[in-house]
Each structure stands twice: as C-alpha cells, then as structure tokens.
Ligand binder design. Structure first.
Ligand code: TYD
Length: 145
C-alpha cells in the first residue's frame, strides 16, 4: 500500500524547536482524541488491528518505531523517527507497531473518541471486510467468500 507521510512546520529559534498541530490545518481531520504509547519493549508488537472508520496520525515525538501498514493490497513498512512529520492512517488499514526504541514515545491523533466496536482484531476478518469494501458487487454475488 502507499504510505502517506505528512511533514509539519517547525517553529525553531535559538531556544529550540516547536511543532504545533491544528485540526483541519496541519492534520487533515478534526482532532477528537490524543493518546501516546511509551515504555514499550523492543520485542513487543502492538496494534495488530484495523479500524472500520477511524482516521489517525501517528508521530514518533521521541525515539523510533516501525509501522507495518496493510490496506489489504499488501503490507508496507515505515520507520518513524522524526518529531516533525507524521504518518496518516485511514480507515480499513491493518497496523502493527514494532521495533520500539527504549526512549520511544508515539503520539497518535485521532478523529474519533475511543470506540472498541470500531476495531477489527482478526486479520482474516479484516481481509474479508477490506475486499468487500473494494469489490461490493463481488462480495454480494459471492457471500460465502
Ligand atoms: P490497545 O488497543 O491494546 O493498544 P495497542 O493497539 O497499541 O496495542 O490499548 C491498550 C489499552 O488502552 C486497552 O485497555 C484499551 C485502552 N485504550 C483506551 O482506553 N483508549 C484509547 O484511546 C486507546 C487507544 C486504548
């Protein structure tokens, strides 16, 4: 799949750097939730789910982490290690986070509040729903798929 990286504007001066993220301006959605992941072991794999409707932007504000992203057409990986850019993750994208550096802090901006019913936690179920979304007429004609 194609991965969308979004560079942010850096406001810097002799005191250091600052990035400001405003919904519908720096981030292409209204921000309704922010969460962050930290103190994760390098050997851990997180995520391992997709969302039916949620759109998110992930930023490694410190350290580095690798995202595997798959929209059903095949996986692609991107390593985030730059607090001045993010990766956009739309609906119906399977994601797995791995290779966290010891100091990694991943901040995620989301366009919806937390909703456990929006999760697809089974990869085969994700593939079924992703193919049904792309080819609805085929899915209708072949409901056993
Ligand atoms: P989980 O979805 O397992 O994290 P990851 O996808 O990174 O593996 O979330 C861990 C816990 O945090 C789980 O109990 C649900 C809770 N949680 C919230 O309460 N609100 C949130 O916005 C998120 C993302 C998770």
């Amino acid at each position: 799949m194609d991965i969308t990286r979004i560079p942010f504007q850096i406001h810097g001066d002799s005191r250091g750097m600052l990035v400001a993220l405003e919904g519908m301006r720096d981030v292409p959605f209204d921000i309704r939730r922010v969460y962050y992941i930290f103190a994760t072991q390098d050997s851990v794999r997180r995520g391992q789910h997709a969302h039916r409707t949620l759109t998110q932007m992930a930023v490694a504000v410190r350290g580095s982490v690798t995202f595997l992203l798959d929209d059903g057409t095949g996986p692609a990986e991107v390593t985030l290690d730059d607090p001045a850019s993010g990766v956009l993750i739309g609906p119906m994208v399977w994601r797995e986070l791995h290779h966290f550096s010891d100091d990694c802090v991943v901040m995620v901006l989301a366009d919806q509040v937390y909703d456990p019913t929006d999760y697809i936690a089974d990869y085969d179920q994700f593939l079924r729903e992703a193919s049904a979304a792309v080819f609805p007429e085929v899915a209708t004609a072949w409901p056993g798929r």
